[in-house]
Design a protein around this ligand. Structure first.
Ligand code: ADP
Length: 396
């Protein structure tokens, strides 16, 4: 067989392979002759838009007429720009199918047959139907926007409701305090007991509202940290003075062991106080009368630890992870008797996260628990910046 015949056969074979590959791939294939403006569109290309070759002429103009009006200018100018630069291109856009529906495609292409003046005379490329992916993306975006809106609405609602609740509640707490102090006349013992119940429950409700508000502020990113350097011994002292009457009532001893090496840490003092108060309050709630609580601090490397251990009821292994979830109270009846709503540890976890720290729990059911707060110790050089600019913290 002559060399010419052989070459013809091999060309026909490779053309056949190409046609078959195009059919199988479900891609649309195009070849544009820029001199005549004629274009070849493969059968896959036509079927992508629901046309047959005799319904739509194979020209550049015919393709352009199907472009979505919002995409047309961008697509044509980008195409010409890439051709001028003799570079390959890829873009997503919409084209109208025969039924009128918009088909999203990824169009790829490349110029070739470039003359000696650097002008291309042909371009070739493919179309892939990406409509289902685009629709799924749009649906996801719509769902995300709706979820964000619902969340914003929930936070606004919570803030408004909380405000409306807090105003009358402060009257309830304030006036029951006035009555208890005997400022408006003396009360008999039964009256005192009743007013003291009103006072206590008013404060419980206020605590719950404040925790819910704080959590909603954290969720919406409105909660800031105010860094300052302070002696950790001082916040332990504050927490002990706030919990001493509760400890005395249950005859619980609170021991402290403070590492003298750590005279100062840099953190948000109010939030660290709130964390420690929550942990000590929980230990007091879940420790039997006559038990012991210990608060220890220590420094290991560049980490600072405060642990609160108790000889209380302990926590079962299977409940360890759950206790940080909202409204979880492991033993509902015991927890309800002690007060609280199951938001304390969730708030602790959020404050710890904001400090880039960690909270660890060890417990033996029936014997007691140890909650350990781990905080990074920032280098002294950064302390000043941290107290004024919380964004420095994010760069660490
Ligand atoms: P609560 O307001 O109910 O104390 P928390 O979120 O602070 O809510 O705690 C969630 C639950 O974790 C508590 O109800 C209790 O079951 C368990 N828990 C927390 N601290 C202790 C502890 N020191 N000992 C035993 N159980 C604890």
């Amino acid at each position: 067989m002559a060399a010419k015949d052989k070459a013809e056969i091999s060309l026909r074979e490779s053309e056949g392979r190409l046609t078959l590959a195009m059919e199988v791939s479900e891609h649309g294939f195009w070849d544009w002759d820029m001199d005549s403006n004629n274009a070849y569109f493969s059968s896959g290309w036509y079927s992508m838009f629901g046309y047959s070759p005799d319904e739509l002429p194979g020209t550049f103009e015919a393709w352009k007429s199907l472009l979505h009006p919002d995409d047309k200018d961008f697509v044509v100018s980008k195409l010409l720009e890439q051709l001028n630069k003799l570079e390959a291109f890829q873009m997503d856009f919409r084209m109208q199918g025969r039924s009128g529906r918009w088909v999203w495609v990824t169009g790829r292409g490349k110029p070739f047959e470039v003359d000696c003046e650097g002008v291309p005379h042909r371009a070739i490329g493919t179309f892939v139907d990406i409509t289902s992916r685009k629709l799924a993306e749009q649906q996801m975006l719509r769902a995300r926007i709706a979820a964000e809106e619902a969340n914003r609405y929930k936070n606004e609602l919570l803030a408004n409701i909380s405000h409306e609740l807090k105003t009358p509640l402060s009257s309830v707490i304030g006036f029951s305090d006035v009555l208890l102090e005997g400022l408006s006349g003396s009360l008999n013992q039964i009256q005192k007991d009743h007013v003291s119940t009103i006072y206590k429950n008013g404060n419980r409700l206020l605590d719950l509202i404040n925790k819910m508000l704080d959590l909603s502020r954290i969720e919406s990113g409105e909660m800031d940290l105010h860094f300052q350097s302070f002696d950790p011994g001082y916040i332990i002292h504050v927490v002990l003075s706030r919990t001493s009457s509760m400890a005395a009532k249950k005859d619980i001893v609170i021991n402290t062991m403070i590492d003298p090496d750590v005279a100062s840490i840099t953190a948000d003092a109010d939030k660290i106080t709130a964390i420690l108060y929550n942990l000590v309050e929980n230990s007091l709630k879940f420790t039997h009368e006559g038990g012991t609580i210990s608060i220890n601090t220590r420094k290991v490397g560049d980490r600072f630890y405060i642990s609160v251990s108790d000889t209380g009821i302990g926590i079962k292994d299977e409940d360890m992870d759950r206790i940080f979830d909202p409204f979880v109270q492991v033993d509902g009846s015991a927890s309800r008797k002690q007060g609280g709503a199951g938001l304390g540890l969730m708030l602790v976890r959020e404050y710890v996260k904001m400090h880039k720290g960690a909270i660890h729990v060890e417990s033996e059911y029936g014997k007691g628990s140890i909650f350990t707060l781990e905080l990074p110790i920032y280098p002294p050089a950064l302390s000043w910046n941290l107290s004024h600019d919380t964004s420095v913290r994010d760069k660490l």
